[in-house]
Ligand binder design. Sequence first.
Ligand code: KG4
Ligand code: ZN
Length: 340
Amino acid sequence: MQILGIESSCDETGVALVETTGSDMPRLLSHALYSQIEMHQAYGGVVPELASRDHIRRVLPLTRQVLAEAGGTLADIDVVAYTRGPGLAGALLVGSGVACALAASLGKPVLGVHHLEGHLLSPFLSADPPEFPFIALLVSGGHTQLMRVDGVGRYELLGETIDDAAGEAFDKSAKLMGLPYPGGPGLSRLAEQGNPTAYKLPRPLLHSGDLDFSFAGLKTAVLTQSQKIGPAAHTEGAPERADLAASTQAAIVEVLVKKSMTALKTSGMKRLVVAGGVGANRELRAQLNAACAKAKVRVHYPELHLCTDNGAMIAMAAAMRLQSGVQKAQAHYSFDVKPR
Ligand code: KG4
Ligand code: ZN
């Protein structure tokens, strides 16, 4: 069975083709991605209306590209999957509208996928996929969650952020340092030249005893610290700026690592899966690798280029849901996006 997956929840248009054979791990045949980031950079963040219009421009050429790369045609598609939410309403409507129209014209069923489940299952696209059960740390621009995962569709939320997401903390702090949107990757590159202990920043909820996160206070502390530093906090080449980036990253990473290790310890699980855009962060990976090696825990990440939004994770999640029987594709082509 061939499943076409379409992702359009935010500022990347992703399309992919995944194939399932019996109960074997679904196989990625091809995928294509168009990032709108450059277009939004001029505004310092995503402009929803522009995002929707750009998804419309990109989605069909990407679909053609994916089919051509797989050596197939529209007639080979058995199911069309799309991101149902969460995300920007207008952007989601483009992906779901195209998916439903395509499926209806082919007489094939559709399947709506939860964006976070796409991230969660994205490590199954790697050469060395995880095995159930595991603890998942989901860290994206909009979410920060710890989950117990016993199988496809069997997810228990253990803790989550009570305010900002980890990616948001990276992005908002980066903005204060004059870095372009989205600031996470830039801040992490800048941090490599800085001293992570230069500035004392809070580690919110580090000792709260539960598995919840909070990053809003950290963002305020970074603002206060940058005001104390003055213009050097956002001047290119200033050592203070690199120190502030390193100190901010250290605070975020320490909390993520500590809570992940607590979740592993209290659940007795010996496997950790990290997913979502912030999962690309090198310092987070280094520290999680070290902590997991010490605790004899296997840790899995998606391939670096599949950490941020993409169509492959949506096609994969759909394939795994169909294969495990937790969801059936349906020939109902009504608009049912769930922005929240
Ligand atoms: O998963 P994702 O592509 O989109 C959402 O579903 O939100 O995550 C995007 C987030 C942004 O906040 C971005 O700054 C962050 O992931 N990010 C990073 C890195 N790469 C992406 N944060 C820190 N270090 C990185 N290397
Ligand atoms: Zn995402």
